[in-house]
Write a protein that binds this ligand. Structure first.
Ligand code: SF4
Length: 346
C-alpha cells in the first residue's frame, strides 16, 4: 500500500509521511485517526516501518510511542511529484514529537527545501519544540547539509547531485530561512490550548502561520490570547492589549510587525468512533473573527454530528445535534462553504 499521496483532507492535495508514530498529548488526541490508520497499515504488513508503532489495548489501537523514519523512497517522494501540490506533512504522527531526533527533522526540511514547487503544511501539537527548532541559529546550516546529502543521492545524474558530490555547497545558495514553501501550524481545540500554543507559533519564523481548531471542543477567541502578567494579544492582527479582558475594554499598547500574526485558521468537528459534537456558535465566532481581521478561514467539516436549528428560538441558534455521519453532516456553515487559503508571505 502506498501510504500518503492523494488525500480526502479538504485543505490538502496530498499527504506525505516521512516519520510515523506518536503518543497522545492533549484532549484533541483522544480519538486520533492516525492511530487507527497506523494500526491498519501495520496489520496489512506492506509498510514495514509501521511495525511496533501501535498495539491493541482493550480492543482499541493505541500508540506505543515508537517512532520510525520512512525508507528513502518515501522520504524523497515529493521530489518526484512534478505538479505543484499542497502537501500535509506527517499526517501519521507529529514531526516535532519529543522523541524525534533533530537529524530526522532536518532531513524532512531538506526535502521540502529541494521541492519548491510544492507548499508543505506542517501541523504540530508540540509547539515549543517547533519554536525552539526553527529559532535555533544552527538549524538552517544543518538543513543545508542534509539537503546536499539528499541531493547527492537522489540527483546522482543531475547537476544538483554533481555539485553536491563535488562539495560545492549549492544548497547554501538556495536555502532561504524560513523556507518560503513551508507553512507551520499548531492544533488548538479550545481556549486553554490556544493560549498555550499560539504564542509559540507567533514566535516561530514561517512563511505561513496557521491554526487547526479541529476537533473544535470549545470556544476560542483568537483576538485575546493570554500571555504572562495579565497581557493578552490579538493573534489575528499582531496587537497586544494592556489589560485582561475582564478588566474592561482593552487598551492597545503596541502593534507588532505584521509577521507576528496568524495567516490562516482551519476549524472543524470530529469524525470517527467516539466523536464529540462541535457547537456551531464556536465555529461562527471564529469565522467572524477571521472576517473582521482579514484572515483566511477554512471550515473543514462538521464531523459526525450535524447541528439542528431550532426555529422557535432563533436567537439561540442551535439547541441540539444529530448523529448523521460525516458525509451527511457536510461542511456548510449557515449554508456557505468556507474554503479560503492564505497567501504565503513574501
Ligand atoms: S499529536 Fe496528532 S498524531 Fe499524535 S496522538 Fe495527537 S492527534 Fe494523534
Amino acid at each position: 500500500m502506498s501510504v500518503g499521496d492523494k488525500t480526502n483532507i479538504e485543505w490538502a492535495d496530498a499527504t506525505w509521511n516521512p516519520i510515523v508514530g506518536c503518543s497522545v498529548v492533549s484532549p484533541g488526541c483522544t480519538n486520533c485517526y492516525a492511530m487507527r490508520q497506523a494500526r491498519r497499515i501495520e496489520a496489512m504488513g506492506g509498510a514495514t516501518h509501521y511495525a511496533g508503532t501501535t498495539k491493541v489495548v482493550n480492543g482499541k489501537p493505541v500508540w506505543t510511542g515508537k517512532l520510525a523514519l520512512a525508507p528513502e523512497a518515501v522520504l524523497t517522494k515529493p521530489l518526484r511529484w512534478r505538479r505543484p501540490r499542497r502537501i500535509f506533512v506527517n499526517s501519521m504522527g507529529d514531526l516535532f514529537h519529543e522523541d524525534t531526533p533533530d537529524a530526522w527533522i532536518d532531513r524532512v526540511f531538506a526535502v521540502m527545501a529541494l521541492a519548491p514547487q510544492h507548499q508543505f503544511q506542517v501541523l504540530t501539537k508540540r509547539s515549543k519544540r517547533m519554536r525552539d527548532y526553527c529559532n535555533n541559529p544552527e538549524t538552517p546550516r544543518r538543513i543545508t547539509e542534509a539537503a546536499e546529502e539528499v541531493a547527492a543521492r537522489v540527483y546522482k545524474h543531475h547537476w544538483l547531485g554533481a555539485l553536491a558530490n563535488a562539495g560545492i555547497g549549492f544548497a547554501k545558495q538556495l536555502i532561504l530561512w524560513p523556507l518560503p514553501n513551508v507553512w507551520l501550524g499548531v492544533s488548538a481545540e479550545d481556549q486553554w490550548r490556544a493560549d498555550e500554543v499560539v504564542p509559540d507559533l507567533l514566535a516561530t519564523p514561517a512563511a505561513v502561520r496557521f491554526v487547526s481548531a479541529e476537533p473544535l471542543l470549545g470556544p476560542v477567541d483568537f483576538t485575546h490570547i493570554k500571555h504572562a502578567m495579565g497581557l493578552t494579544r490579538d493573534a489575528l492582527r499582531g496587537v497586544w492589549h494592556a489589560f485582561p479582558i475582564d478588566a474592561g475594554p482593552p487598551a492597545t499598547i503596541n502593534t507588532n510587525p505584521p509577521r507576528h500574526s496568524l495567516d490562516w485558521i482551519i476549524a472543524g468537528g470530529e469524525s470517527g468512533p467516539g466523536a464529540r459534537p462541535t457547537h456551531p456558535n464556536w465555529v461562527r465566532s471564529i469565522r467572524d473573527q477571521c472576517a473582521a481581521a482579514g484572515v483566511a478561514f477554512f471550515f473543514k467539516q462538521w464531523g459526525e454530528f450535524a447541528p439542528l436549528t431550532e426555529p422557535a428560538y432563533p436567537e439561540h441558534g442551535v439547541h441540539s445535534f444529530v448523529h448523521v455521519g460525516k458525509k451527511r453532516a457536510g461542511r456548510r456553515l449557515d449554508g456557505v462553504e468556507h474554503n479560503v487559503f492564505p497567501e504565503p508571505r513574501a
